[in-house]
Ligand binder design. Structure first.
Ligand SMILES: NC(=O)c1ccc[n+]([C@@H]2O[C@H](COP(=O)([O-])OP(=O)(O)OC[C@H]3O[C@@H](n4cnc5c(N)ncnc54)[C@H](OP(=O)(O)O)[C@@H]3O)[C@@H](O)[C@H]2O)c1
Length: 330
């Protein structure tokens, strides 16, 4: 079988490679062998290849935070899964044609849902869901502001917030995204500018904003701070600008704004199994109903992993880049 691996860190498309690996054989008693149908290239995967992610890797290493798979073989003690079931592996190293997973690390998914959409469910929709639900008490018609609103997470924030009766102000960095984001439920779409708080006030009718969700960092956060009401929370979950977050003491002292960070991995490590199952069952039902739908720009074979990684790093994509390691006939 084929896998993607990296033996050094550096320019992502130069260090990633598709290589042959030994077949996995039969599952042990509590294991399931799955064929990987699809996985997305996420910014965090690119950071890993660059050596900039918050984890150490023993090289050469496999990678890939998420995927969707189909059950191929089942160990003799495994219950609740059948051959052909669609499954979400909760562990990493997903950029492979096949993997062996402990049954306790698999979530059963509904059949007849687009595998490309399901392949993007573990990370971004869960991130959006937990950031909306777990930090600030929000009531119907409350407002959230987010940047990088055209990202996969951004799409999920808009769709989940809409579904929960919340309103969103969505900051993007370029023209041409307003119609697209309003179609999926964005209330306000604004391009970042030096008078961001004035623009936001006008477009949202002076909304009182309690939660800000930031993946950009840098001075974008200063401008977001100006848009928030007193005692609001800023949740930083990404570093797309590559710059440290800027915040003023006017925000932290006089407005008493709280700045904290979100990382999905410890959430998944600390949540009870049933909570994880419930969350993904809610998110897959939103995907099934078309409420969460993240555009896909292009799919690649695993052999073309270098092209896929390089494409994922391009400016102004219309959607995610997905790899289908076992072909596109699901
Ligand atoms: N902390 C966590 O647990 C967690 C979990 C999931 C994701 N993340 C982070 O969330 C972020 C988004 O991930 P994703 O998979 O949703 O991304 P994605 O779908 O690949 O999209 C990336 C988006 O970022 C925008 N962008 C890139 N550089 C930017 C910059 N300097 N300023 C403003 N916008 C910029 C792009 O804008 P254009 O559309 O204009 O090109 C694009 O919309 C990443 O930083 C990722 O690492 C963190």
């Amino acid at each position: 079988m084929k896998i993607a691996q990296f033996s050094s860190v550096g320019r992502p498309d130069q260090v990633i490679e598709c290589v042959d690996a030994a077949d996995l054989g039969d599952p042990k008693d509590n294991e399931v062998l799955i064929d990987i149908l699809a996985f997305p290239i996420n910014p965090a995967d690119v950071l890993i290849l660059e050596g900039k992610y918050g984890m150490q890797y023993k090289l050469p290493s496999r990678l890939g935070a998420e995927s969707v798979g189909k059950v191929n073989k089942i160990g003799k003690n495994v219950q609740g899964f059948a051959i052909g079931d669609m499954v979400l592996p909760l562990d990493r190293e997903n950029w492979v044609q096949q993997k062996m997973v402990l049954a306790s690390n698999l979530i059963l998914l509904p059949k007849n849902v687009d595998p490309l959409q399901l392949s993007m469910m573990k990370v971004n929709p869960a991130t959006a869901y937990l950031m909306i639900k777990k930090y600030v008490q929000l009531n119907k018609n409350d407002w959230i502001i987010q940047d990088a609103a055209n990202s996969g997470v951004g799409h999920s924030v808009i769709s989940i917030a809409k579904h929960l009766g919340l309103k969103t102000i969505n900051i993007v960095r370029r023209q041409g995204l307003e119609d697209k984001l309003k179609k999926i439920g964005a209330d306000v779409v604004v391009i970042d500018n030096n008078n961001l708080s004035q623009t936001v006030k006008q477009l949202s009718d002076n909304a009182k904003i309690k939660l800000a969700i930031d993946a950009v960092g840098g001075d974008q956060v200063l401008r977001i701070g100006d848009c928030l009401e007193d005692e609001a929370t800023i949740l930083n979950y990404g570093l797309l600008s590559g710059k440290n977050i800027e915040i003023s003491s006017y925000h932290t002292v006089f407005k008493r704004i709280l700045l904290t960070g979100f990382w999905l991995m410890p959430w998944l490590q600390n949540m009870k199994q049933q909570e994880i199952i419930d969350m993904y069952s809610y998110l897959s039902s939103l995907i099934e109903k078309g409420i969460i739908h993240v555009p896909v720009e292009k799919t690649y074979s695993l052999e073309k992993i270098k092209d896929a990684v390089s494409h994922a790093a391009t400016y102004g994509r219309s959607g995610k880049i997905i790899v289908t390691p076992n072909g596109t006939k699901f």
